[in-house]
Ligand binder design. Structure first.
Ligand code: ZN
Length: 145
């Protein structure tokens, strides 16, 4: 499949409140979500598109994770101790969503950041997979320039 089409397909997926265990996000989906069928559990209910979900997770990472608990969370050296891919694990852990949904979010964010960052910097963004993931703080500082 064309990778662009594939990302568009991922963005159009729906995720329901039942598949998001993080309290704040779940409450938000219940309040603002649209009635639809969930792409992950196949039940009908209030849902967000994965595009919206990816945006919310990106915001959470830039606003929240910079200065809260678990400073080791983003430490690439520790990534090997975790099961699975560290970025996907971080996304799944932040939103309390399944690894499958987290992988979709990761792909959407990686694609988005590839568009406007990698072109300039010529390397990975913090949403790229792999152990050389950067801390989101570096991106925040870069944006202040
Ligand atoms: Zn669901």
């Amino acid at each position: 499949m064309d990778p662009v089409q594939e990302i568009d397909e991922l963005k159009a997926r729906r995720i329901c409140e039942g598949c998001v265990e993080e309290h704040y996000l779940r409450t938000e989906i219940r309040r603002d979500g649209r009635d639809d069928r969930c792409s992950y559990c196949d039940r009908r209910g209030k849902t967000y598109s994965m595009n919206k979900m990816a945006e919310r997770i990106e915001e959470a990472f830039s606003d929240h994770y910079l200065r809260t608990e678990e400073p080791d969370f983003w430490d690439g050296e520790r990534a090997g101790e975790r099961a699975g891919d560290p970025v996907i694990w971080a996304i799944a852990g932040a939103a309390h969503i399944s690894e499958q949904a987290a992988e979709d979010v990761q792909l959407i964010l990686e694609d988005k950041h590839d568009d406007f960052e990698s072109a300039q910097m010529g390397d990975e963004t913090e949403f790229s997979r792999g152990p050389t993931m950067k801390r989101p703080a570096q991106r925040a500082e870069a944006c202040l320039d």
